[in-house]
Ligand binder design. Structure first.
Ligand code: SF4
Length: 417
């Protein structure tokens, strides 16, 4: 079992010996062993007491035969269940010191990068409500260090790939049926600014395709690109989060205020802006902290300046879970139920409903009526409960989003002075 072997190897020698002797003494099955190792890796990630130090060994030893292993697993599950299902406590967590390992010097041109792709929602069926976003990956890998990020596990860790001949390659793409392109899936859209001509090439493409909306998504503190002029069908969005999550989990990124200020500058230039309150984390005091995020948006922008606001939560693939568990940079993002949903692992629907509904309720009526709110990659059953509207299929969602985005782009173009 590759996953099991990788996990065993990831522990230091002393811990590995203790774990293996426990497995041996209590004759754990392979699946019990895997569960124990995953939980122990998570406990290390969270900086919590090791499972090895919480077991009631006299009680376990008093059981007979297989009941010993069953008692041990019962105690393990009870311990981790409490941590996974209650709001994460960040007051006892010390974030790691992350050094900017990848800088512009590590950027290499990589013209083999596959340029166009599709949103990473599950392809089969409509298990999540998906807007069918077309993705454009001109840059791959990121220099920031968000602890939940899947990009870190996809690409070679120390190299940032950038397409050098983007302008030429964009001239060759088949745009049939494309109306919305997102550039923030394989990196941060503004990580490199225009240092490698990426934004200039996107401007050129946007100007020649006025009915295609290009969406940039960022957490970058970078502002040098703001002296450029951008066509109105380029929409600038920032991912926002509660201040605690930015400080403890989104390493090296801009502060909440810096992100809002950057968006304000772009809105002052006449460009449409938007926000992704994503990934929301269920932690102690989440209500107050997300309320403050909403208050900052509402105090700084008018609804007409905003193209969209999306909500989403932490969601992990099996591959990313294994990557986080074997690399073990301290983080509490996996301190969550990790229930399976559409092939990924996330919060329960009840926790998601509570968070989305609550945060949506913080927005005033004029925002709800004039800004396109949506749930990103979420179960269709959550829409009506959280946003007071729903779609019968992905196509309907995509058409509605297209109508709203293009209306806003046209309104912003006509107000251009
Ligand atoms: S900014 Fe985006 S791409 Fe970069 S590490 Fe964070 S989530 Fe990943």
């Amino acid at each position: 079992m590759k996953a099991l072997d990788e996990l065993i190897e990831s522990f230091d020698e002393k811990k590995r010996e203790r774990l293996l002797s426990l497995v041996d003494n209590y004759q754990l099955t392979d699946s019990q062993t895997l569960e124990l190792l995953k939980d122990e890796a998570d406990l290390e990630l969270w900086q919590e007491t090791s499972a090895l130090d919480i077991f009631d060994y006299p009680l376990i030893d008093s059981r007979q035969g297989k009941r010993k292993a069953e008692e041990l697993m019962k105690e393990l599950r009870s311990y981790t269940h409490n941590l996974r299902y209650s709001p994460t406590d960040y007051s006892t967590f010390n974030p790691p010191k992350i050094i900017r390992a990848k800088s512009e010097e590590e950027v290499f041109t990589d013209d083999s990068i596959r340029l166009m792709g599709k949103c990473p929602c599950p392809v089969d069926g409509e298990k999540t409500r998906c807007c069918k976003l077309t993705t454009l990956d001109a840059v791959s890998q990121c220099a920031f260090g968000c602890s939940y990020c899947s990009v870190q596990s996809f690409y070679s860790k120390n190299k940032i790939g950038v397409v050098s001949n983007l302008s030429d390659r964009l001239k060759c793409i088949d745009t049939e049926g494309i109306w919305h392109i997102g550039t923030g899936q394989a990196s941060d859209s503004l990580l490199l600014g225009d240092s490698h001509g990426t934004l200039s090439a996107l401007c050129e493409f946007a100007l020649s395709h006025p009915d295609i909306v290009i969406e940039l998504k960022s957490k970058s503190p970078r502002r040098d690109f703001m002296k450029m002029e951008f066509p109105r069908n380029m929409v600038f969005t920032w991912s926002l989060n509660a201040e605690t999550i930015i400080k403890k989990e989104e390493h090296l990124t801009a502060t909440l205020d810096e992100r809002i200020e950057s968006a304000r500058i772009m809105a002052d230039k006449g460009n449409l802006v938007g926000f992704h309150i994503h990934p929301m984390v269920y932690f102690k005091n989440w209500q107050d902290e997300y309320r403050k995020v909403v208050e900052k948006i509402v105090a700084t922008f008018s609804p007409s300046e905003l193209c969209q606001i999306s909500f989403g939560t932490l969601t992990f693939t099996k591959a990313v879970l294994q990557y986080l568990r074997t690399h073990r940079t301290p983080s509490r993002v996996l301190s969550m139920p990790l229930v399976e949903a559409a092939g990924k692992y996330s919060y329960t629907l009840e926790i998601k409903e509570e968070m989305f509904k609550t945060v949506y309720s913080y927005f005033p009526k004029e925002f709800k009526e004039n800004v396109f709110f949506y749930l990103c990659m979420e179960d269709p059953s959550l829409w009506m409960k959280c946003l007071e509207r729903e779609y019968s299929c992905d196509k309907e969602f995509e058409e509605d989003m297209k109508k709203h985005y293009l209306e806003k782009v046209r309104a912003s173009s006509s107000s251009k002075v």
